[in-house]
Design a protein around this ligand. Structure first.
Ligand code: NAD
Ligand code: DAU
Length: 335
């Protein structure tokens, strides 16, 4: 079994590959893994083992058709994580999101068709559905993305679906809620707030902080992806939810407590443009059909995540320094 994993120098893809190489997915203990990653600002080679007998790392762009076609050759399955993933950056500048998330997905799938890859999982997001005030989205819900990031993911989902329908690619799509865990870039809420507090700095809370997100530990997301890879049906989409709905004020309070800080460390800043109020997934399909259930209790997962950032400053200190260097073009503004 040979598996090609795109974007696995980033947060979620690297978690998937580390778990796979550690023998964490039954039946895949001998699988050989090729990682294709551009090493954008969000990708780090040191998120993966420096060397491993079953790991090959290729630095490259998923938009580069000759390269991707060559790399895809001989693989049984492709797990497609590579993307521009941060909403605020897409508000700032959308072009790279369309290029990588839409064009890159199309290019990767062309390579899969050309090389006869047998199975593809396209990793997507709940943000494609837009924002929901009450209730929760099933997979049948219309797509109504609000940010350029979400729009680029929705477009890539439709491209992926079309390669199943048109070219007969055995392909499934996952749509997951907000992930948290170690190795997440400190541009995202949880690692940003934790690393700011660890450095004694305030945390920037957007708007009134009443936006709701549904949090899932990255280990649970990756287990769900593996379930979809092995048991999912071609042409089907699977929501992957966590069930831990929290307002941003609530999660901020929990992070403050875990970091031994209080509300005086919160700095209210202007709201994100087009800020989605609430995400909530109905994930009964993957639970009922594939036997998925999240295993990491939220309180434990969050405490472990804070502990990981506290114990691993070498991983994030240079990233936050880079952010300080670019402070003139900060992605958030003060009120
Ligand atoms: P990330 O930003 O941490 O990692 C993205 C990786 O993709 C990086 O290693 C980067 O170098 C690589 N990459 C970017 N552009 C590339 C290109 N053109 N060619 C090759 N590699 C490229 O993202 P993440 O949080 O790990 O998200 C992974 C996937 O999961 C994305 O598709 C995202 O939309 C989806 N997702 C994320 C979340 C979340 O909460 N983080 C939730 C649901 C779905
Ligand atoms: O829902 C899945 C999505 O979750 C993924 O598809 C995205 O890749 C991932 O980045 C994430 O998107 P969000 O926009 O929900 O995550 P983010 O961590 O950027 O923000 C979470 C919430 O916190 C959101 O309501 C905005 C708010 N926020 C964020 C930052 C970075 C703040 O209040 N202050 C901040 O500084």
């Amino acid at each position: 079994m040979r598996v090609l994993v795109t974007g696995a120098a980033g947060f979620i893809g690297s978690n998937y590959v580390r778990t796979l190489l550690q023998g964490g997915y039954p039946g895949y203990e001998d699988a050989r893994v090729t990682v294709l990653d551009k090493l954008s600002y969000a990708g780090r080679r040191d998120n993966l083992p420096a060397s491993h007998p079953r790991l090959e790392f290729v630095q490259g762009d998923i938009c580069d058709l000759p390269l991707v076609t060559e790399v895809a050759d001989g693989h049984d399955a492709v797990l497609h994580f590579a993307a521009e993933s941060h909403v605020d950056r897409s508000v700032d500048s959308a072009a790279e999101f369309i290029r990588t998330n839409v064009g890159g997905t199309q290019t990767l799938l062309d390579a899969c068709v050309e090389r006869g890859v047998e199975r593809v999982v396209h990793v997507s997001t709940d943000e494609v559905y837009g924002s929901i005030a009450q209730g929760s989205w099933t997979e049948e819900w219309p797509l109504a993305p609000n940010s350029p990031y979400a729009a680029s993911k929705a477009a890539s989902d439709l491209v992926a679906r079309s390669y199943w329908r048109t070219h007969g690619v055995d392909l499934s799509i996952t749509r997951c809620s907000n992930n948290y865990g170690p190795h997440q870039h400190p541009e995202k809420l949880i690692p940003l707030f934790v690393t700011n507090l660890l450095r004694g700095e305030q945390v920037p809370l957007y708007g009134d902080g009443r936006n709701v997100r549904e949090w899932l530990h990255v280990d649970d997301h990756c287990r769900a992806i593996q379930l979809v890879l092995t048991k999912g049906q071609a042409g089907e989409t699977y929501n992957v939810g966590g069930g831990n709905e929290l307002t941003n004020v609530d999660i901020t309070r929990r992070i403050l407590e875990l970091c031994g800080a209080d509300w005086s460390m919160v700095h209210r800043v202007a709201d994100r443009k087009g800020h989605d109020l609430r995400y909530a997934l109905d994930d009964s399909k993957i639970r009922d059909q594939l036997g998925y259930e999240p295993l990491v209790p939220f309180e434990q997962g969050l405490a472990d995540t804070v502990a990981w950032y506290r114990d691993t400053p070498s991983w994030w200190q240079h990233v936050t320094q880079e952010r300080a260097v670019h402070a003139g073009t900060a992605l958030y503004q003060e009120n």
